[in-house]
Design a protein around this ligand. Structure first.
Ligand code: NAD
Length: 261
């Protein structure tokens, strides 16, 4: 019960990594407020997850909706202690010599500005609690080409640096800011990018999961709870001396597999 008496706001909590983190934080005693564009799933979660769970529809590309989410969470639960800026989706797959300016702007709004505004509009609430923890979702794509398209990868690299500078600026208020960098995690994101239905999604995840498992030292696909555990660590008092850094949770993907000769 690491988070008893604490409120955690989780964006993108209706699916995948966010959903796995919702489940873990509820098990650990937190009150959880999810902001997500998927209102249908949010309502379903409201009816199954019980009293400690709240949902507010929020499109993280819209600053006023991000502010409304943070204000709503604080008002509903009495204050905010933990923020997981995690919502995201695939972006244009066009390479740099083909991508449109509009597609570039959208990727930055969805994957980078959203995180900045999540920090911007939660910080006043965390200050009122005399501190707290913010965790932002980056990616292995922030480190290496070849894992994601250019606009997505550039935005995720931005999330890393944003987390560092925000950590430096907010330390005086006892607010810690860190980033997690998932490798391949079996969620809806890949299927959603290509508009696949549920069966196709399972197939896509199975194929990608096998490919990832073959390319990384920990030879199994990653699952949302792998990331949730890292988020919980950053959010917990055990990480009280840790700010402005990141954790790769990728089964060793960036290390690579051992040569077999
Ligand atoms: P997912 O599709 O399962 O979940 C993403 C959630 O974000 C969904 O609930 C979706 O409704 C929500 N969302 C999308 N656009 C939104 C918007 N504009 N406003 C509010 N909510 C929105 O995908 P996931 O894999 O769990 O992705 C979570 C985060 O993890 C993303 O930031 C993604 O870039 C990142 N990530 C995922 C992987 C992976 O392998 N799955 C790897 C690295 C990073």
């Amino acid at each position: 019960m690491r988070f008893e008496g604490k409120t955690a706001v989780i964006t993108g909590g209706s699916s995948g990594i966010g959903r796995g983190t919702v489940d873990l934080f509820l098990r650990e005693g937190a009150t959880v407020v999810v902001g997500d564009i998927d209102e249908a799933e949010g309502s379903a979660m409201m009816s199954t997850l019980g009293e400690g769970f709240h949902f507010k529809k929020c499109d993280v590309t819209q600053e006023e909706q991000v502010k409304a989410l943070m204000d709503h969470a604080a008002e509903k639960t009495g204050g905010i202690d933990i923020v997981f800026n995690n919502a995201g989706a695939g972006a244009s797959r066009n390479p740099i010599d083909e991508i449109s300016g509009d597609d570039w702007d959208f990727a930055m709004a969805l994957l980078l500005k959203s995180v900045a505004m999540g920090i911007r509009h939660s910080a006043p609430h965390l200050k009122k609690r005399d501190g707290g923890a913010i965790i932002n979702t980056a990616s292995v794509c922030a480190f290496q080409a070849g894992f994601g398209p250019i606009a997505y990868s550039t935005a995720k690299a931005g999330v890393l640096h944003l987390s560092k500078v925000a950590a430096a600026e907010l330390a005086q208020y006892k607010i810690r800011v860190n980033a997690i960098c998932p490798g391949f995690i079996q969620t809806n994101i890949f299927a959603a990018t290509v508009g696949a239905n549920k069966e196709e999604a399972a197939q896509i995840n199975s194929v990608l999961g096998q490919a990832a498992a073959g390319a990384q030292p920990v030879a199994r696909p990653g699952v949302p709870n792998d990331i949730a555990e890292a988020v919980a660590y950053f959010a917990s008092d055990a990480a009280g001396f840790i700010t402005g850094t990141h954790l790769l949770v990728d089964g060793g993907l960036l290390v690579g597999t051992q040569a077999s000769w």
